[in-house]
Ligand binder design. Structure first.
Ligand SMILES: [Zn+2]
Ligand SMILES: [Zn+2]
Length: 169
């Protein structure tokens, strides 16, 4: 059980809100992530079914794919899960992202693993310190966000253009 858990043993029907937090390492996030993860969760309970809508906020130090510098980035994820206690799945659940079944006698739900997965999924495929990161000079390796170099870069030369395209991919 992580700190991101909700006690459902005596939960009344209706809406419930939870503000939870956990250590990033506790829920299995790698060392790029900074200390804490905050989760705002809404739980709507009906007879034997609970709809969870959760928003997780974390931050981390990541390495830019283009200039290789470290940069800080906030990471936010949202997910919905329907928890069903001991029942057969109703037909109308297709619209939800995920359905999880709980034993009838369970009194806790643990959001830790789902929050970890959805935070990882919300990381961009291409990590950039900023949208217009100028990257490294392909000749001398200077970080062009920080200084310019004297390498001759004739932008009109098709060989440079091809190299530039390659490096920007
Ligand atoms: Zn960069
Ligand atoms: Zn250079």
């Amino acid at each position: 059980m992580s700190s991101l858990r909700i006690n459902i043993s005596k939960l009344s029907e209706g809406h419930h809100h939870y503000s939870l937090s956990a250590e990033a390492s506790e829920i299995g996030l790698d060392e790029r992530f900074q200390k804490s993860v905050a989760v705002e969760a809404d739980l709507e309970k009906t007879n034997r079914q609970m709809l969870l809508q959760a928003e997780a906020r974390a931050a981390g130090e990541f390495v830019c794919d283009r200039c290789l510098d470290q940069f800080r980035m906030d990471v936010t994820s949202r997910h919905s899960i329907v928890y069903i206690q001991g029942a057969e799945p109703p037909d109308d659940l297709a619209e939800f992202e995920e359905v999880q079944y709980l034993p009838l006698d369970s009194n806790m739900i643990d959001l830790g693993e789902d929050v970890r997965q959805f935070l990882i999924l919300s990381l961009p495929l291409k990590m950039l310190c900023r949208e217009d990161c100028a990257g490294l000079c392909p000749v001398c390796g200077t970080n062009r966000n920080k200084s310019s170099c004297s390498c001759a870069m004739d932008e009109g030369d098709p060989r440079w253009a091809a190299l530039k395209r390659f490096l920007e991919n």
